[in-house]
Design a protein around this ligand. Structure first.
Ligand code: DHB
Ligand code: FE
Length: 284
C-alpha cells in the first residue's frame, strides 16, 4: 500500500527562482529567506519520498484563458520547465509517475471530484520554485513528481472547503494503490500578497500566522474560511492559500488518525511582493 508520509507547504515567488538561478542567494536581501529552508533541504535528504504529489497553480502559462480547468492532474511521463518570458529556468526536467497519477485520477473521479487529465504540459514557477527551495540545485530532482494544478488565477476559483475535501479523496486514492510507496503531498502558493490594483504590495503578518496556527491544529476551521476573507485579509493573490488545504486534507488526523508532528515552521517578509510561509508536517 502507498501512504502519505508528510505534507510540505511553501510559497512560490518567481524572484526566488531567479535568485537561485542567478547565484544571488548569498545577497543580504535573500540570505534570511534561504536560511529558512536550510533545515528543509536536510530534511528532504533524510526523508526522501518515492513520489511528490505537488499541488500548485499554473499562472496562465500552460493553460491560457482559452481553457481553465479547476483541478488538473499531470499524468505524463515528464514535464519541462516552462518559458515564462525569460527562457525556461535552468532546472531539471520533472519526471512524472503516470501509473500512480492515473490511479489517483481514476479513484478521485469515481469519488466525485471531476479532474482534468493532462497528458502534456510545461510547468511554471508555481511548481519549480518549491522544488528548488526544498531540493536545492541537483542534476536531477530526487524523485518523480505528480503535478496537480488548481485554478486560483481566473474566477470562479474553488473554495477552501472543496480543496480540503479533495485532499481527503487524494489520501484515499494513494492508500488504495498497491505498491509500497512513500508519498509526500505539497501545498504551495501564498501567503499574503497582492500584485495588482490599489492595494498592490499588501502583506498581513498577523493573519498569515493565524492561518498557519489554524492549519496545524484545526484544519477543518481553516477550510471553513470563506473566499472573501482571503481576498480581504491576504490580498487578491492570497487566495493561492486554498491549495494548502488540499495537502492538509490528505493528512492522517483528518481521517481519525494521529495529529501530525510539526517538523519545521518558517515565515519571512519580504520576498518580492510576497509573504513567504513554510511548514513541514509529518504523519507519525
Ligand atoms: C509574485 C508572487 C507570486 O505568487 C507570483 O505568482 C508572481 C509574482 C511576487 O511576489 O513577485
Ligand atoms: Fe503565484
Amino acid at each position: 500500500m502507498a501512504r502519505i508520509t508528510a505534507s510540505v507547504y511553501t510559497s512560490h515567488v518567481p524572484a526566488v527562482g531567479a535568485a537561485i538561478d542567478l547565484n544571488k542567494t548569498g545577497e543580504a536581501y535573500w540570505r534570511p529567506l534561504f536560511a529558512g529552508y536550510e533545515y528543509s533541504k536536510q530534511w528532504m535528504e533524510e526523508n526522501r519520498p518515492d513520489v511528490v504529489f505537488l499541488v500548485y497553480n499554473d499562472h496562465a502559462t500552460a493553460f491560457s484563458l482559452d481553457f481553465i480547468p479547476t483541478f488538473a492532474i499531470g499524468t505524463a511521463p515528464s514535464f519541462n520547465p516552462a518559458d515564462e518570458g525569460w527562457g525556461p529556468r535552468p532546472v531539471p526536467q520533472v519526471i512524472g509517475h503516470p501509473e500512480l497519477a492515473s490511479h489517483i485520477a481514476h479513484s478521485v473521479i469515481q469519488d466525485d471530484f471531476d479532474l482534468t487529465i493532462v497528458n502534456r504540459m510545461d510547468v511554471d514557477h508555481g511548481l519549480t520554485v518549491p522544488l528548488s527551495l526544498m531540493c536545492g540545485q541537483p542534476q536531477a530532482w530526487p524523485c518523480p513528481v505528480i503535478p496537480f494544478a488548481v485554478n486560483v488565477v481566473q474566477y470562479p476559483v474553488p473554495s477552501g472547503r472543496r480543496c480540503f475535501q479533495l485532499g481527503q479523496a487524494i489520501r484515499r486514492a494513494v492508500e488504495s494503490f498497491d505498491q509500497d510507496l512513500k508519498v509526500q503531498i505539497w501545498g504551495t502558493g501564498g501567503m499574503s500578497h497582492q500584485l495588482q490594483g490599489a492595494r498592490a504590495g499588501l502583506i498581513n503578518r498577523e493573519w498569515d500566522n493565524a492561518f498557519l496556527d489554524k492549519l496545524i491544529v484545526d484544519p477543518a476551521a481553516a477550510a471553513a474560511i470563506p473566499h472573501i476573507d482571503y481576498v480581504r485579509e491576504a490580498g487578491s493573490e492570497g487566495i493561492e492559500l486554498v491549495m494548502w488545504l488540499i495537502a492538509r486534507g490528505a493528512m492522517a488526523d483528518v481521517a481519525g488518525g494521529p495529529a501530525p508532528v510539526v517538523k519545521h515552521r518558517f515565515y519571512h517578509v519580504p520576498a518580492s511582493n510576497t509573504a513567504v510561509g513554510h511548514l513541514i508536517l509529518e504523519n507519525p
